[in-house]
Write a protein that binds this ligand. Structure first.
Ligand code: GDP
Ligand code: IMO
Ligand code: MG
Length: 431
């Protein structure tokens, strides 16, 4: 298939960035279609670690076009900082290869201030957001008061609208949230400077991608966050503010669903979550602490320790359904080395009743007790394995069992953080 989407099947941080970076070698264009810099996608190339938040993870391959679609919310200052860092490291050398949709919405300092003030006031009810203003920016989009990048075309009208928004948001910040207002003049000055640098990148992402696909080129859609963080299909209200599932790729760039996607779901061999909300297969204690250390499970965006749990097959089957998964990349299996037994959550008990499929109300997950199946672990490191035959037998059994129980073929197996540390069984571009 020439059009491939990579999506998270859990609560984010599944290792999407690494897989996108690897698949980008086979793609012509890599596109972000939702979310903002609440995403943090880590790539390890030649032993160096790069964290991309807004720029698609195709940027580390020279000559690949990178597009940020209309479905995203973009902090312009953060984007320019990320572009500068990439350029300093010798990437994004050809400016015409980076494009940003006219219709993407801007994340402004007042969105960040509102996000943080609300979280601080919520106390125990806090969602545990990244604090990057994502929810308030999407709220403004839906309320039809957001600022889109197209507004930069007319500086005077843009500044007028920006000042109006700032004064409304400051009133809300002061009187409702009892928080410090943002500084209008500083924001206006920063945006005037940013405007000149942003204008050359602006494009019609739908027209560009339609033409690209019609020309027979390969497009890779890079999802952010994960299925269980999807605003409609995740564990609401403990979710992010965008649709993160595969179908969001269409409206998030402006192409139609007749362009069929091969959807590759990324899933860790265990589960993590940052922030609050239900997590049925979570465990704590020494085992969780050592797995967190071993897997480096600390948020790339915020440094927060990630919560740890076993692989949840109920949740994976649900992700397979809502995304229409073509295959799964099972990542970070090396991190499970030395654990024995390894558990797979195969069902839940909620108020005495067994569920083998996701309960219709995600609120039921708050009291769901996991039912586990146990698999023997392995002691030999799989880090150098590049074929199935080179994997420890118990690890192969675990991978086979996950594929069987989820009902989706395992297309890739992650055995390390480096670009090459993936066993590819099926490549969605060529299979
Ligand atoms: P993303 O947000 O889905 O792109 O994932 P993150 O980058 O937030 O978190 C995944 C982390 O795991 C990153 O530090 C990756 O470098 C790392 N990683 C990805 N795949 C593997 C793997 O197969 N094994 C190991 N050990 N680390 C991996
Ligand atoms: P990537 O793309 C992990 C979580 C936050 C919080 C909730 C809402 O790196 O996988 P938000 O700031 O979006 O309003 O926070 O969503 N969250 C993520 N968790 N990885 C991510 O992105 C996330 N993006 C948002 O921790 O619980
Ligand atoms: Mg991440």
């Amino acid at each position: 298939m020439n059009t491939v989407a990579v999506v998270g099947t859990q609560w984010g941080d599944e290792g999407k960035g690494k897989i996108v970076d690897m698949l980008a070698a086979d793609a012509d264009v890599v596109v972000r279609f939702q979310g903002g810099n609440n995403a943090a996608h880590t790539l390890v190339v030649d032993g160096r670690r790069y964290v991309l938040r807004l720029v698609p993870a195709g940027a580390l391959h020279p000559g690949k076009a990178c597009v940020v679609g209309n479905g995203t919310v973009v902090n312009p200052i953060a984007l320019l900082g990320e572009i500068d860092d990439l350029k300093k490291n010798g990437f994004l050398k050809e400016p015409e290869l980076f494009r940003l949709s006219y219709d993407a919405h801007m994340v402004m300092p007042y969105h960040i201030a509102i996000d943080r003030a609300r979280e601080a006031r919520a106390g125990k009810r806090a969602i545990g957001t990244t604090g990057f203003g994502i929810g308030p920016a999407y709220e403004d989009k839906m309320a039809r008061v957001g600022l889109r990048f197209e507004e930069l075309l007319d500086q005077t009208a843009f500044i007028e609208r920006l000042r109006r928004n700032i004064s409304e948001k400051n009133a809300y910040l002061k009187s409702v949230l009892k928080a410090k207002p943002v500084k209008a003049d500083e924001i206006v000055e920063a945006m005037k400077k940013a405007r000149r640098r942003l204008l050359p990148y602006l494009c019609d992402s739908g027209a560009y991608l339609s033409d690209t696909i019609a020309a027979g080129k390969r497009v890779l859609f890079e999802g952010a966050h994960g299925t269980m963080l999807d605003i409609d299909h995740g564990t609401y209200p403990y979710v992010t503010s965008s649709n993160c599932i595969a179908s969001a790729a269409y409206d998030g760039v402006g192409i139609g669903p007749s362009n069929q996607l091969a959807v590759l779901g990324i899933s860790k061999g265990y589960t993590t979550r940052v922030g609050a909300g239900p997590f049925p297969s979570e465990f704590t204690g020494q085992l969780a602490d050592s797995l967190r250390e071993e897997g480096g499970e600390f948020g790339s965006a915020t440094g927060r320790p990630r919560r740890i749990g076993w692989f949840d097959a109920v949740q994976a089957r649900y992700a397979a359904r809502v995304n229409g998964l073509w295959g799964i990349a099972l990542t970070k299996l090396d991190v499970l080395t030395g654990l024995d037994p390894i558990k797979i959550c195969v069902g839940y008990v909620v108020k005495g009743k067994r569920y083998d499929q996701m309960p219709a109300s995600h609120r039921m997950l708050l009291s769901a007790k996991p039912i586990y199946e146990e698999m023997p672990g392995w002691r030999e490191s799989p880090a150098n394995a590049r074929t199935l035959d080179e994997l420890p037998a118990a690890m192969r059994n675990y991978v086979d069992r996950v594929g069987e129980i989820v009902g989706v073929p395992i297309a890739m197996i992650g055995v390390g953080a480096g670009r090459d540390a993936t066993i590819v069984l099926r490549n969605p571009f060529t299979a």
